[in-house]
Each structure stands twice: as structure tokens, then as C-alpha cells.
Design a protein around this ligand. Sequence first.
Ligand code: SF4
Length: 314
Amino acid sequence: MISVDRLRVRTNLLREMLRACCLCPRACGANRASGEQGFCGINGEVILSHALPHHGEEPAISGTRGAGTLFFSSCNLKCIYCQNHQISHGVTGRPSDGEALADVMIALQEKGCHNIELVTPTPHLPGILEGLTLATQRGLHIPVVYNCGGYEDTGVLGQLEGIVDVYLPDFKYGNDERAMRFSGVGDYVHQALTALREMLRQAGEEPLLEDGIVTRGLIVRHLVLPGAVENSFDALRLLRKHIPLTVPLSLMSQYTPMPPVAAHPDLGRRLSREEYDAVVDLALDLGFETLYIQDVDERHMAPDFRLEAPFQWL
Ligand code: SF4
């Protein structure tokens, strides 16, 4: 972690960006410092939905004691099928200042969590950095994991150098036509690939592990969607072209239809085993050296954020 003085400088710089928000590539220009809202619907506050030891991430993230996960409210993408739609499509949770966030981070470290995992952090970044600054002063020393949708601004990521240890982005789409239909952005592929290059620059091509837990590096996630195997094929071919094969790839089969897409012709059903296996086979053929894969079954794997413990099956 960089020094507290440098953390404060970065926090102020990111806070300045709230005056005409460009924290993500949507670049809404909303004056969030004055309470205006952009696409994500968050003003200048941090809204924390849940914080808990999370045992459902990749083994190198969750380990045996869990990731120390902070789920932030809302999102800069709001994909129509979002598995976390209860907290991502609206703003639900509690406003949390730097002190409150530092309390949560220190509590997760004291519970033995392997890291502090920030989920959908981008719209909340200035406040999160305040929390990290205070927590660092109080002895926070575990790695910081940045779990995001991949639609990130490279300049903003540059401000996270020396703060974030592990990047855990999605790479959702292999073509912009589908990104526009499902996430309402027409430049996902370019922005996400550019962001991946910056993450690689910071975190390195090969993850560093201690006792099986990643302490520095990049892990790319791809959620395989039903009826969209070609999208996954395109995404894998792009990744093969733009990132080294040493970067671990997490292929997720856990897609569960959420109420907003219950009647959608493709997104209204679970993924089939044949669809998932075809994507895994291509990833193997392309030579990715580390793959995280999942079973395909009928378990309901989507969290219920109305509950205090949203991951009841874990
Ligand atoms: S963080 Fe929110 S307000 Fe800022 S550019 Fe992105 S979507 Fe717009």
C-alpha cells in the first residue's frame, strides 16, 4: 500500500472528478459533489449494501477463511440480467463515511479474511479511498481486491496503482452489439480491453500466491450466458489475443434468471451443460493455463440481498 500522504492526494484527485463525473467511461458529467446523480444514481456518498466474509469466490480469493467482501450499491453498467440486481439496479444500503468503512475493513481483517474485496467499487471510489486511508493508519495490511464489471476508465485505474493488489474484472462481451443490448454501452470491448492492459501493467502477468491465496495479480471472469455461446467464443478469442495465457480465467456457469429477464427468450433460462462445456473446451484449445470452472446444476446460485447472509448455500 502506498503511503497515507499519497493516499490522501489520490483521494482528493478522485473527489475532484465528482464535480463533472468521469469515474467510469460513461462520463456522465454529473456534478455529484453537489448531489447530482449520473447513470449510476449515486451522489457523492458511499452506499454500502453488505459486508461479510465471502466463501463463494474463486479458491485463490476466498481461501479457507473467506474474502473480506464489501458489496457497494448500484453499478455503472446495470446489465439487464445482473445476478446482483437487488442492489445493483437501484440504490439500497447505508451511507458510509470513511470511519465507518475503516471499521468494516478492520473488522473483516480481525475475522481472519484473506483480503478486502471491493465489489462494484468504481462509483464510490473517493469515499472508499478515504476508508482505506483510515484503515491503513489503523493497521490494515491484507491485500485489496478490485472486483468490477470491466467497463473502467484507464486514467482512474492509474490512480489505484499501489493501492489495489488484485484485479478481478469481468470480461462480459466479445462484441459491442450484445454489450449495447444487455448493458447499454456501445464501446464495452474497447474500454474493457484497454482497462485489462492497465490492470496487467500494475498487477503483472502471473499472479503471486501465498499459501494458495493470490496476493497480487489479475484474474479475469467471464459469466457464460444462456443462448450466447458465440458471445463467449468471441470474448475468449479476444482475451487470447490481448492478455497472456498465464492470466487465470474464471469461467462461470452459475447464471440464474432474475425477475427483470424472467420472460426473455434466452436469459429467462439456466445455462445448459452443453453450452458451458463448449466454452470450456474452447478455452482449453486456446491454451489458457489456469482455468477456474464450475459445475452446471440446478442449484440457485444467485444471492438474496434482502437477507443479512445473502449466500445461504455456502
Ligand atoms: S461513476 Fe456514475 S455518474 Fe460517474 S460517470 Fe460512471 S455512471 Fe456516470
